[in-house]
Design a protein around this ligand. Structure first.
Ligand SMILES: Cc1cc2nc3c(=O)[nH]c(=O)nc-3n(C[C@H](O)[C@H](O)[C@H](O)COP(=O)(O)OP(=O)(O)OC[C@H]3O[C@@H](n4cnc5c(N)ncnc54)[C@H](O)[C@@H]3O)c2cc1C
Length: 506
């Protein structure tokens, strides 16, 4: 995507840019939101810390969930999403996603994404855990994320209305008169002098991805540390559902740099089975992720040095070329022997609290994709609903951003007022503490220890997990094993250092 990257401002000097929409992040959500805003005629700045291959979107192996099959419907897709969410999903967000995702898949096709097709010409839709119908559109087998982000970034790079600032890290948001008026960023272009830039916009859209890499064992790229959440929290916007974190059941166990590599659900959809130490199946491989992950964790805890393996020997693995190639790099041949797996932090259901058009509680600030919390996923995300979310809510947020009033002119032209960054990378101690105390099973004692952590987001996760005194979906409290019906449909909202409040969203 480097084609139209403008030169960074010279060392120590401040630059400025005025646009209608500023988008932070070039994963699926940010790229699509930027393109939708540009298609609506807006001038857009697309600011991204990393090159493409470092986004979680690029890594996505499953696909995009949409009710596209004749025997499927948005109502059935909604039913499955609500079941997975365990009574904690926001029904209006579920309705928006399941009604609009098919149109977004068609739009991606129109933009040039080639989804896998059947011989007869229709889309080849996959079955994944928790879905009652075949409804997952793949591109290039397990290379869906790569294909989509490549296609969208090619459009963004050549669109005259989009100013791409790659290798540029957003360090803080501009807040004036109780509104977000843009962002401060620092160029990190390799080999180029670092410079600061202030981007002013009507609407600033955070699309910075999730926070699962705050946990020690993760499937996510190392940059998924909740930067958007830190930016929003520091600017005064509310966060929600931080305690709801999905652990993927089947991440590779490897001691040679490939630990945490995700073995997609689609493998189990196509017949791969999980075997315990005794070589026996112990769980329905297509049950929702939280159930499969806990079943594996139980097997691993049962005996020291116990192993759980994923057996893919009966599968046609040529349909999963990037899985096979990653396993080969780790010295494993899935056609010859089962591979060791264990759960890892995978997806953060919580994020910046938003309405159905991506608006946060701070006027002028919007959030989409994994960094946002519309309430869609409830206590357990249904597989492949997250890419769908990036496109459905990405378009809505792009349109809503254009309805915001323009910010006032800069008071001191040519001079940026940015302070130090508000995004703290986690220390190894914080990552260990999150894994230990806010992992698959939590307790009051452990969460109270985490509440003293040096990292602000880790403390907020602890506060929310303590306030959710129940077990529901991905949130398991050893000391509170039951569902608290009073929390049905409630979202735990965090504002600054205040105690979380349980809110019902329309
Ligand atoms: C291995 C793996 C496989 C997955 N498979 C699937 C799947 O098949 N189907 C599905 O629906 N979901 C899947 N998911 C989840 C899904 O990929 C993510 O939820 C989704 O891609 C998130 O997209 P995003 O655009 O919100 O964020 P990301 O794709 O993570 O992009 C975030 C962007 O923000 C940028 N950024 C971060 N901080 C800053 C900052 N301070 N300044 C500037 N830029 C910043 C990053 O550089 C990056 O460009 C998978 C996730 C993983 C990790």
């Amino acid at each position: 995507m480097a084609a139209r990257t403008p030169s960074p401002p010279p060392a120590g000097r401040a630059g400025a840019l005025e646009v209608e929409v500023a988008v932070v992040g070039s994963g699926a959500a940010g790229l699509y939101a930027a393109l939708c805003a540009a298609r609506a005629g807006a001038r857009v700045a697309l600011v991204s810390r990393s090159p493409l291959a470092a986004s979680a979107s690029y890594w996505a192996q499953g696909g995009v969930a949409a009710a596209l099959a004749p025997e499927d419907s948005p109502a059935l897709h909604a039913e499955d999403t609500l079941v997975a969410g365990r009574g904690a999903s926001r029904p209006s967000a579920v309705e928006v996603l399941t009604t609009e995702s098919a149109d977004r898949v068609r739009d991606l096709e129109a933009l040039g994404v080639r989804f896998d097709a059947e011989a007869a010409g229709g889309l080849a839709l996959g079955l994944e855990g928790g879905h009652s119908r075949r409804r997952v559109a793949h591109a290039g087998g397990s290379a869906t994320g790569r294909r989509i982000t490549r296609c969208l970034s090619a459009h963004a790079a050549t669109d005259e209305r989009i100013e791409v600032l790659e290798e540029t890290t957003v360090t803080a948001l501009v807040v004036e008169d109780g509104r977000c008026a843009g962002l401060y960023a620092e160029s990190t272009c390799s080999g180029a002098p670092a410079g600061e830039i202030e981007v002013r916009a009507r609407g600033t859209v955070l699309a910075t991805g999730g926070a699962a890499a705050l946990w020690e064992r993760t499937t996510n790229p190392s940059g998924a540390i909740g930067a958007g959440l830190s930016l929003a929290l520091a600017a005064g916007a509310a966060l929600a559902d931080l305690e709801l974190v999905q652990f993927h059941p089947t991440a590779l166990v490897s001691d040679d740099g490939h630990d945490g590599f995700l073995l997609t659900e689609a493998l189990r959809g196509e017949g791969a089975v999980l075997l315990n130490e005794a070589g026996e199946r112990f769980v329905d491989e297509l049950a929702p992720r939280d159930e499969v992950a806990l079943a594996i964790e139980d097997e691993l805890r049962a005996r020291p040095a116990a192993r759980v393996v994923l057996d893919m020997r009966t599968l046609d693995t040529t349909r999963f070329p990037n899985v096979v190639s990653a396993l080969e790099q780790a010295g494993l041949d899935p056609a010859a022997a089962p591979v060791p797996v264990a759960p890892a932090a995978h997806y953060t259901m919580g994020g910046v609290a938003t309405d159905l058009d991506g608006r946060s509680t701070l006027p002028g600030l919007l959030a989409v994709g994994e960094c946002a919390c519309t309430g869609l996923h409830g206590a357990n995300r249904l597989a492949s609903n997250s890419l769908a979310e990036c496109f459905v809510f990405g378009r809505r947020a792009a349109e809503a951003a254009l309805d915001e009033p323009p910010p006032r002119a800069r008071s001191r032209p040519g001079f940026s007022q940015a302070g130090p960054t508000v995004v703290e990378p986690p220390t190894p101690a914080t990552r260990r503490a999150l894994w230990r105390f806010a992992g698959l099973e939590r307790s009051e004692e452990g969460l109270l220890a985490l509440a003293e952590d040096e990292h602000a987001l880790a403390r907020s996760v602890a506060a929310a997990a303590l306030a959710r005194g129940e077990s529901r979906g991905a949130h398991r409290r050893r000391d509170r094993p039951d569902v608290d019906r009073a929390l049905d449909g409630r979202h735990l909202v965090v504002r600054g250092d205040l105690a979380p409040t349980a809110e019902r969203w329309e």
